[in-house]
Design a protein around this ligand. Structure first.
Ligand SMILES: [Zn+2]
Length: 174
């Protein structure tokens, strides 16, 4: 069941978001195989993809390099601006953003967030710690950022479960 933080969007846009998230979940195993962490994020303007990035914490030896952080950095480089608010951009992520990424998203200027697997499910399956983020749905609403979550949850949970089974899991308790 898809959840949101009070912003209404068209069925067409929700349908598109579902397609994007499903596609990303389906390509995620390839990224994991190449040494990435099990999360993928993309930023779009309308239906046009600007950039897509996976989690690269292990390969870069950098705890900052979550998928959302990487894709925001890439788009800000491409558009040559630290403030994306005038570009009307949507962020798609395979799982609910962690506490670090929520801050980065908030200050990036993206207008909406669409995510797949919710954090409690990510923590249960992988053992990762997603941090503390009370009332973030409401706080994002106040800042004018739309949030849609739990998109294609089953598909995303299967990908994470396969990742854990593969034994490539990194620092599961942090
Ligand atoms: Zn994160």
């Amino acid at each position: 069941m898809i959840i949101n933080n009070g912003f209404e969007i068209s069925n067409e846009k929700l349908h598109f978001a579902t397609q994007v998230i499903a596609e990303m979940q389906n390509e995620l195993p390839k990224y994991i195989h190449d040494g990435h962490g099990p999360f993928l994020a993309a930023i779009y303007h309308d239906k046009k993809q600007i950039a897509k990035s996976a989690n690269s914490v292990v390969m870069d030896n950098c705890s900052n390099n979550h998928a959302e952080m990487n894709v925001i950095r890439e788009v800000q480089n491409i558009l040559n601006s630290y403030d994306l608010s005038s570009f009307d951009l949507d962020l798609y992520v395979t799982a609910e953003p962690c506490m670090m990424c929520l801050g980065a998203i908030m200050w990036s200027g993206v207008k909406s967030v669409f995510y797949g697997v919710p954090s409690d499910s990510v923590e249960k399956i992988t053992g990762f710690d997603e941090g503390f983020k009370p009332n973030w749905f409401r706080k994002f609403n106040k800042r004018g950022i739309a949030v849609y979550g739990n998109i294609k949850t089953d598909l995303g949970e299967n990908v994470l479960a396969e990742y854990v089974k593969s034994g490539e899991i990194y620092k599961p308790y942090r």
